[in-house]
Ligand binder design. Structure first.
Ligand code: HOZ
Length: 429
């Protein structure tokens, strides 16, 4: 029997009248998978509840921030305390200093950090700083990587654009992407070629160290190291976009996990503990290009907002004090992927399960997924059918083949086994 979702239906019919597509971010739309978006009314731990009272095991975690699960009482207490002291000052506050000190201590590659309001803003600012530092204009990004919705980055982008099957966005002037060069993920030769075709012109290479917006694609051994070497030998800035992997793979993110040090790194999601936050940081000499020290202008009314800082600081402190969270999370991720692979094998299906740590993706393809082109071989109609079955059973996955499954510290083996059990039913095992 299907779930009762009348209230969500009613809200959606009102939403589409007043919000484009009924959603405030396209990845929340169910158009790629069909079916009815659920309107969420409550979240706690690993669960979501919709307006009709249905309960779901949440595998999105607000697209990454909720690594401790929803509404962790310690994070909430910090937020409540701060709200009593004021919501926004537009002036310096001690929590901004504490936050910057904490990030620079947890990630030694980050010598200085600037807080902003979203991952998009972090990336946009990091690129501006890299351009200011090098005095060059061109940037290299990778097909299938998503770095938010700034004009220059909406080229062969993952996430919502890939889900929609479009290479770019209308409304982006040609001039805004003229200096964006696109390489192939996991293919160093494609990067070398761009460097040799554009000598002394490349300001930076930006990469998701684990590509988590075309499903989940791990870097092949040597890929990140090769990017490091190419940037160093060509005088370009290497930027790791750790909006998803930062403070998720390990306390020091992909930098620590893979042992490769970029010049700049961008953050979002986890560092806000559920509040809207982003940050960019890295080498002091590059970061001091930012105003008011340097001549690269970047600003924000709500940047370093004290409520967001308190939430993010508390969440990061919990992660720092409890490093075993990462062992547990990564173990759960391995267990989940192993379970999925066993189900597919028993069903005689050639589909692929990718992942690293607490990020996973099931692709409906028989090809190894290592880049944008191979990710696109996945059968999105089959994913859509699977998605509709799983959500009806109470498993809230991202409504797109090209989004990651996120685990949190609140998930239990019981949750994962329940989801694997539902998968068994779907695949007839
Ligand atoms: N990185 C997230 C999706 N891949 C962003 C969420 C959003 O676009 O709303």
């Amino acid at each position: 029997m299907s779930m009762e979702i009348e209230k969500s239906k009613e809200l959606f019919s009102r939403a589409v009248q007043v919000i484009p597509g009924g959603v405030n971010s396209p990845v929340r739309a169910f158009s790629p998978v069909g079916g009815q978006p659920r309107f969420i009314t409550k979240a706690k731990g690993e669960y979501l509840w919709d307006e009709d009272g249905n309960k779901y095991i949440d595998y999105i975690g607000s697209w990454g921030p909720m690594i401790l699960g929803h509404n962790d009482r310690r994070v909430l207490a910090a937020v409540h305390e701060q709200i009593d002291q004021g919501m926004s000052y537009g002036a310096c506050a001690d929590i901004e200093v504490k936050m910057a000190e904490l990030i620079t201590e947890m990630v030694p590659a980050v010598e200085m950090v600037r807080m902003v309001n979203s991952g998009t803003e972090a990336v946009m600012s990091a690129i501006r700083v890299a351009r200011g530092y090098t005095g060059r204009n061109k940037i290299i990004k990778f097909a299938g990587c998503y770095h938010g919705h700034a004009d220059a980055l909406l080229v062969s982008a993952g996430s919502g654009l890939m889900t929609a099957g479009v290479p770019g966005s209308a409304g982006v002037p040609e001039g805004a992407v003229r200096d964006t060069l696109t390489a192939s993920y996991n293919d160093l030769v494609s990067v070398e070629r761009l460097f040799s075709e554009n000598p002394d012109e490349i300001a930076c290479v930006i990469v998701e160290p684990v590509a988590a917006n075309m499903g989940v694609v791990e870097p092949k051994p040597g890929f990140l190291e090769g990017l490091r070497d190419l940037c160093t030998s060509n005088g370009a800035v290497l930027i790791f976009d750790e909006v998803i992997t930062g403070f998720r793979l390990k306390a020091d993110g992909a930098i620590g996990y893979y042992g490769v040090k970029p010049d700049l790194v961008t953050y979002g999601k986890i560092i806000g503990g559920g509040m809207p936050v982003g940050a960019y940081g890295g080498k002091r000499a590059i970061m001091e290009m930012a105003a008011p020290v340097g001549r690269v202008y970047q600003a924000g009314t709500l940047s370093g907002n004290p409520v967001a800082m308190r939430a993010g600081y508390e969440q990061l402190m919990i992660l720092r004090r409890n490093p075993t969270i990462y062992e547990e999370l990564n173990k759960m991720g391995e267990f989940f992927r192993k379970g999925m692979r066993q189900i597919l094998e028993s069903a005689g299906l050639p589909y692929k399960v990718n992942g690293v740590g607490s990020l996973s993706c099931l692709y409906f393809t028989d090809q190894e997924v290592t880049d944008y082109a191979s990710a696109q071989t996945s059968d999105t109609e089959k994913f859509a059918d699977y998605f509709r079955f799983m959500i009806d059973k109470g498993n809230y996955l991202g409504p797109s083949q090209f989004e990651a499954i996120f685990l949190s510290d609140a998930h239990t083996m019981k949750d994962l086994n329940q989801t694997l059990f539902d998968m068994c039913e779907y695949f007839g095992v």
